[in-house]
Write a protein that binds this ligand. Structure first.
Ligand SMILES: [Mg+2]
Length: 246
């Protein structure tokens, strides 16, 4: 497996096993808080086991793992969120959770994948995407659930509707799938929240950047970013104009 195929394999495997764990857990009447925490660690262990098997020399930064900062010296670092949207995960039929996988080489994304098991979607940098797609007639901006006033300004300026949902991976998948045109996240995020979604959005021909239009640097000592835009490329200038007062 090359890195793209491995990213896809990890997202698919963790995602499908999380779906089974959830459905079995709900069927057996397990408490939702217990099931949520179980899901986080369960998916983390699957990903770590597979990376240890397939890429034993690579470093890993996982939301659910201890960070001893040895990754700072490493050229290849897998940045993973084993279960993004864990607050939504433990409920029957809930769709807003995902698995994020990304490989970072020297601060840049080299490969990645996002699986959205409840939506039966798997995107990766190994996927072939259609070359072009039009901006939809009925434009939609999607945002995080709280403090979405920046997204509201953008939606108003470009004549779009506004909606929100959980999980950055789900929101990226809605833009990739064409259900939404722009995703704006105007608050701080951890690198594991955004690396996988950015990897697959770019592979699908979308633009991903910081709120001021600049590029990200990943695998920082403090692994946070200030926000995220994933946009259809034709709308990016308008979005940046609204967000940056131009
Ligand atoms: Mg998580």
């Amino acid at each position: 497996m090359d890195d793209h195929e491995l990213a896809s394999y990890l997202a698919e495997k963790a995602g499908s096993e999380l779906l089974k764990l959830r459905d079995d857990g709900i069927a057996s009447g397990i408490n939702s808080w217990v099931l949520r925490d179980k899901g986080d660690i369960f998916a983390h262990n699957i990903i770590i086991d597979e990376l240890t098997k397939h890429r034993p020399k690579d470093a890993v930064l996982s939301e659910e793992g201890a960070d001893d900062l040895s990754r700072i010296q490493a050229n290849r670092v897998w940045i993973v969120d084993p279960l993004d949207g864990s607050q939504d995960y433990p409920y029957a039929g809930s769709e807003e959770w995902a698995v994020h996988i990304a490989l970072i080489e020297n601060g840049k994304i080299a490969a990645g994948a996002v699986s959205c098991p409840s939506l039966k979607r798997l995107y990766s940098t190994a996927t072939l995407y259609p070359k072009e797609r039009p901006v939809s007639d009925s434009k939609l901006v999607i945002s995080n659930r709280w403090n979405s006033y920046h997204a509201a300004y953008v939606a108003e300026a470009i004549g779009a509707r506004l909606a929100s949902c959980g999980s950055a991976g789900i929101k990226a998948s809605l833009v990739i799938g064409g259900e939404a045109d722009v995703y704006i996240h105007n608050s701080g995020l951890y690198e594991w929240d955004v690396c996988g979604p950015i990897a697959v959005a770019r592979a699908a021909g979308l633009t991903a950047c910081q709120l001021d239009g600049t590029e990200f640097i990943f695998n920082k000592e403090v692994p946070i970013v200030r926000g995220l835009i994933i946009s259809h490329p034709e709308l990016l200038n308008d979005v940046l104009g609204v967000l940056n007062g131009k």
